[in-house]
Design a protein around this ligand. Structure first.
Ligand SMILES: Cc1cc2nc3c(=O)[nH]c(=O)nc-3n(C[C@H](O)[C@H](O)[C@H](O)COP(=O)(O)O)c2cc1C
Length: 397
């Protein structure tokens, strides 16, 4: 009998050893079109692959014979301690994946003392997240053509005690997620095949769509015509979120409206990073939207060293895109990032098992961070630096 490895096929969250195991549980729990929404990237998905390739191209050069008995992975962010160098990234439509998914993610983040960033297109109203989840909350903002919507969200997030505002700027034109689009006859109307698939997932159908009613973009309800706020994929409202008219004037405008921390999410060049610092931002998020917007885009990791060198002393430089392992996180920190945002990694956990699943995802990544740190001969994240990294062999994985 030839030897062969058997991939994880279980459903017990505690037996999921890595994020890929959680992804496998998640894939089986929801209809294919829901998983496709979570997973997919734009056009050829070259950006999605590049995010991983850039991380996989780096190798560690560990130090040895260092006493690593006592290790910790706490960081300081905006004057407060985080239990890990992680944040949960904003993702819209979480209620399609798991009932009240935003609350579950926020609670999971709070359980290890890291910030949770709520999307403009969350399916739980921002005030409810603040009242019921607690923890450190950040608010992500899409600025639409009608600036009154942004003004309303900013005012409400301030009143609800959100710590930071994250202005997403890489969504001025909606990315074409082709696999996602094929799942709908027209916006909001899944194809017959997908309806059948939904029927084959009765638990998802009952818990997500029937018990609590079809999830809606609750923050936007007052601004949308009745019936148009539903979060079913390909929704008619989504493209309206992406205003092509956003500029640095909007950053200045937001700076004047918002008293908390302000971050721009979508920076990938030194010039824009400098501009963010000059415009009074407190941080930037280096991102290509997880490969869901511009295809054939550079990976944030590739531009991180230059940007961290240019503005790291003035701004909190955060990063996301393709992070699935603690070792990935360590690589970004060694290249100058202050923290790493997780999106799909924690969404796999959420899909697999709600708050417990999201917590499991965080448990996995933080234990990997701790192990990698020790194996590198480091006791804290402050000891990381580019001296611990080398580019891997060309073409190697
Ligand atoms: C399902 C999904 C929904 C997303 N929704 C938003 C959103 O509403 N606002 C936003 O700024 N970014 C959104 N993003 C992008 C993430 O915040 C993040 O930049 C990206 O997914 C990171 O890459 P990763 O998923 O490989 O970790 C979304 C990503 C996914 C996967």
């Amino acid at each position: 009998m030839p030897w062969r490895r058997r991939p994880f096929r279980g459903s017990d969250l505690e037996r999921a050893i890595n994020i890929a195991d959680l992804r496998e549980i998640a894939r089986r729990k929801v209809p294919n079109f829901v998983f496709e929404y979570l997973e997919g990237g734009a056009e050829d998905e070259a950006t999605v692959r590049q995010n991983r390739a850039a991380l996989e191209a780096l190798r560690f050069v560990p130090r040895t014979l260092v006493d690593t008995t006592t290790r910790h992975q706490r960081i300081e962010l905006f004057g407060r301690e985080c239990g890990a160098p992680l944040l949960i990234a904003p993702t819209g439509g979480n209620g399609m994946i798991y009932p009240l998914g935003d609350l579950a993610l926020a609670r999971a983040a709070a359980s290890i003392g890291i910030p949770f960033c709520l999307s403009t297109v969350s399916t739980v109203r921002l005030e409810r997240v603040a009242a019921e989840a607690g923890g450190r909350l950040w608010m992500q903002l899409y600025v639409m053509d009608d600036r009154r919507v942004a003004a309303d969200i900013v005012t409400r997030a301030g009143a609800a005690g959100f710590e930071a505002l994250v202005f997403t700027t890489d969504a001025n034109v909606f990315g074409s997620r082709e696999w996602d689009r094929r799942n709908y006859r027209r916006p909001g109307a899944p194809t017959a095949r997908n309806i059948l698939d939904a029927l084959r997932h009765p638990r998802w159908l009952y818990e997500v769509l029937l018990r609590a009613g079809v999830p809606r973009f609750e923050n936007l309800v007052p601004f949308l015509p009745a019936g148009q706020a539903t979060a079913v994929g390909g929704s008619t409202v989504i493209p309206k979120l992406f205003s092509p008219s956003i500029t640095w004037d909007d950053v200045r405008w937001l700076r004047s409206l918002w008293r908390g921390r302000l971050l721009v999410k979508g920076v990938l060049s030194v010039e824009d990073a400098e501009r963010a610092a000059e415009t009074g931002c407190d941080g930037i998020i280096l991102t290509n939207h997880g490969g869901r917007q511009l295809d054939y885009c550079i990976s944030p990791l590739e531009v991180l060293p230059d940007i961290a060198r240019a503005v790291g002393g003035r701004l909190a430089v955060l990063i996301d895109g393709g992070f699935r392992r603690g070792s990935d996180v360590i690589k970004a920190l060694a290249l100058g990032a202050r923290g790493v945002m997780l999106a799909r990694a924690t969404l796999y956990g959420l899909t697999a098992g709600g708050e417990r699943g999201a917590r499991r995802a965080l448990e996995i990544v933080t234990s990997e961070i701790d192990r990698t740190l020790g194996q590198l001969g480091c006791r804290s994240l402050a000891e990381l630096g580019p001296h611990l990294l080398r580019a891997g062999p060309p073409g190697g994985t």
